[in-house]
Structures are given as structure tokens and as C-alpha cells.
Design a protein around this ligand. Sequence first.
Ligand SMILES: C[C@@H](CC(=O)O)C(=O)C(=O)O
Ligand SMILES: [Zn+2]
Length: 332
Amino acid sequence: MCAEKIGWDSSQLRKYDLHLDEIPRLHYEDPKVDEFMQKNQPVLITGSKLVKPAEEKWTLDYLEKNLGKSNHTVFVSRNHKFKYFDEKKIYNKNNLKGVEFTPPTKRVDMKITDFMKKLREWKRGDERLYLQQPLNSTVGSTIVEDYLKFDWHFVAEKKNKYHWGELTSNVLFISMEGNVTPCHYDEQQNLFAQILGYKRCILFAPDQFECLYPHPVYHPHDRQSMVDFERPDYTKYPKFKNLKGCETVVGPGDVLYIPIYWWHHVESLMRGGPTVTVNFWYKGGPTNLEYPLQDHQKVSIMRNVEKMLLEVLQDPKEVGPLLRTMVLGRYC
Ligand SMILES: C[C@@H](CC(=O)O)C(=O)C(=O)O
Ligand SMILES: [Zn+2]
């Protein structure tokens, strides 16, 4: 389709050396949507009313006027990347000496008016901002009214059909154009509802784990890939060149199902203006161990092995040598 029809063009996408298929785009009434979700596979769902009230009203001015006077969580970055980090793991005294780590972004509390002012006055070279605020009691009553009018029947039907756990949060994301959330996985099911602007979402199945080299579990960047997609180090991360994934660009009204443990890299299109998203994070459901195990279950097992070894060895530098002794020449 031509650019004006789809609202963006390929010059707005960052360039990576990746082989990517297209994520299927299906109308929410199409029964094939459930075939993908049943198999924990991503699918882009179009035409749903999931966040219709927000799609119709949540312009930046409306959000500034109605998001409320409380402080909101905003990440600040010196560049366009917003690589998540877990503060709790930086100063984890329980079983590890404090991990030497300089956060790549700052987490600050900011009023929505200050955030929007900085967005309006931003110029090249300034720090970038990314508001990431759970929709909770801090937001104004008008936003709550809109939120209550989301199509909760749609999400309840999915939650029950696929035996997801409880809804843990709905996070509101207000991003500057060009911001990137680097490749990571979450241990939650995610319905990613796009409200304003366009975001490119690149996804990789859990079985791509060995091509994406996640940080160790104890690291503040746990669950995040160590590979810099813009300048991949093929010497350190040789399997990155075998990586296989899929992608789509979500626009207003689109809902992307990001299955639990699926890797995702998300970027707000360059020169596309600010973007607004609300996600729906659900705990994973009960895991019935059927054999052969699914790839995401093996990721969960590897995480537990790492945690156990760290617990008992105490020193992260001892985990690698022990695993090598146990595996090399015996299991491979
Ligand atoms: C933050 C978000 C990605 C983005 O929208 O930048 C994400 O990773 C998720 O919803 O799980
Ligand atoms: Zn995520």
C-alpha cells in the first residue's frame, strides 16, 4: 500500500541486519486470531474496540489536561535507546555483592505538564524522554472513566480462553518519535494496544535465546539481549547472524499479542511524532508440563538453574566455570 494509505514509510524504520517475516494481521472477528493465540504465537489484531475511547480522545493535549497532577514515571536517556534495568538488582545485598553497573537511563518523577513542555521544546542533542506510567490512582478521573470504557469483555474472553493469570498492570507509554526499547522478553502475556502514532515491533520466538545472548539473571539488565542491534559484535555473539524473527508496524487501534517469553524490540517511528500505547500485562497461566516441553518453559528452567547456582555459589564468576565443567566433553 502507498505511504499515505498506511500512515508511514520504510524510511522511518531503523536499519538492522535481520531476516524478518511479517507478523499476521487479522481482523479481531477472524477465528484464525485464536489459532495463533492458542499456540502462544504473535498476531496483530485489527479493528477491535479494546481501547476505542482512548483512540478517539487521547491526544497529547487531552492527556496533558487529564492525566492528573501527580508525578509520573519518566525515563531519561542520552540517546534513543531505553534499555530497561532492574534497580533492585543493582544493590542486591542478599546474595551478591553490589553489581558494578551504571544505568544507561535515569528514572525520574515528572508532572505531565513538565513532560509535555520538554517534548514540545526538544531539539536534537537534548536528552530524550519516555513516560511509562501504570494506569493507577495517580491518573485523573477523566482518564479513569475512559479506561473503564475499554472493551474489557474482549480481554476477559482472551484471558479465560487461554487460562492466563491475573491482569498485573496497564502501562501508559508516551514516547518521543524515534525512541527504541531494545530487545528483551517479559514473563507476562501482553496485549499491546496502540493509540497514537506508529511503532515498529520486531519479535523473536523463545527458541532464539541462544542467538540473542541475554544478560545473566542476576544482572540489572536481566531479560535483555546483550547484542547491540545497530552495531552487532559478531565475534562476541556469533549466533546473532542466525537470528530469525518477525515484525509489524502497529498503528492506532491495532492490538499486538506479544506472547509470554517472546523477545521484542519496539521503536517509535523516526519523524513520526510522539506515540501513545497502553499495554495489558497478564501473569502466565498454570504450566502443565507436557512433553516435549515448549521452548518458553525451557527458558524458565534455565532461569531457575541460574538462580539456584547463584544462590549456592554466591559468586557470579563461579557459575560459568561450573557449568563448563559440567557440560563440556560430557553433554556436548
Ligand atoms: C515498553 C514496551 C515496548 C515499547 O512500547 O517501547 C514493552 O516492552 C512491553 O509492553 O512489554
Ligand atoms: Zn516488554
